[in-house]
Design a protein around this ligand. Structure first.
Ligand SMILES: [Zn+2]
Length: 198
């Protein structure tokens, strides 16, 4: 059988998203065979990312600086605030290259089944940002899942007292679809054709 070192490597790799024991074994073998070209550089970039990447205290995205480069970019419009479920959705929207405002990452959606209430998400931080008064439009770019829609209704209710425009993505987003899986063209269209939530 394999040495404990190899077993542990396989065990940890198998826990990664998209990998199971079978691909874990394949990846481990590949790394051990390509020690110089792949394994060592990978260890270096992983250690660096682990040390340097943090969560932005304003938008809750991931970056090597806090506040992040999106929050501090003078070319981004601070009056437009796009609310997404996860950092992956922010990345998807950035790839679609359709939005020039700033973001707010919720960290999930409300879910009775998973026991996720407003306290588990960055909702209070969102309300505080809006309460400061410089936001003119909040775009609720949440996934078209049941929980995503529930969260949209909750946020509309919470934001109602502020005199701001609230919009949601057009139904180019398939039901149950996640932004991260959409091609950039579909996402671009859904974003451009967003509509008022009231
Ligand atoms: Zn930020």
């Amino acid at each position: 059988m394999n040495s404990p070192e190899i077993q542990l490597l396989i065990q940890h790799l198998s826990k990664l998203p998209g990998l199971g024991p079978r691909s874990g074994r394949r990846v481990a073998l590949h790394l051990l065979k390509k020690r110089e070209k792949i394994f060592r550089p990978l260890i270096q970039v992983m250690a660096e990312a682990e040390q340097k990447v943090r969560t932005c205290h304003i938008c809750h995205a991931l970056d090597a600086s806090d506040p992040c480069t999106l929050c501090t970019d003078p070319k981004r419009d601070p009056h437009q605030l796009c609310v997404v479920e996860d950092v992956a959705d922010l990345w998807a929207l950035e790839r679609a290259n359709t939005y020039r405002g700033v973001y707010h990452v919720l960290g999930g959606v409300l879910s009775a089944i998973d026991g996720i209430g407003p306290q588990q998400l960055t909702i209070q931080s969102l309300l505080d940002r809006v309460a400061k008064g410089s936001v003119h439009e909040v775009i609720l770019a949440l996934n078209a899942t049941v929980d995503g829609q529930t969260t949209i209704h909750y946020l509309i209710e919470q934001l109602r007292e502020h005199k701001i425009k609230i919009t949601t993505l057009a139904h180019g987003v398939p039901i149950g679809g996640e932004l991260d899986y959409l091609d950039e063209g579909t996402l671009f269209t859904a974003f451009q054709a967003r509509r008022s939530a009231e």
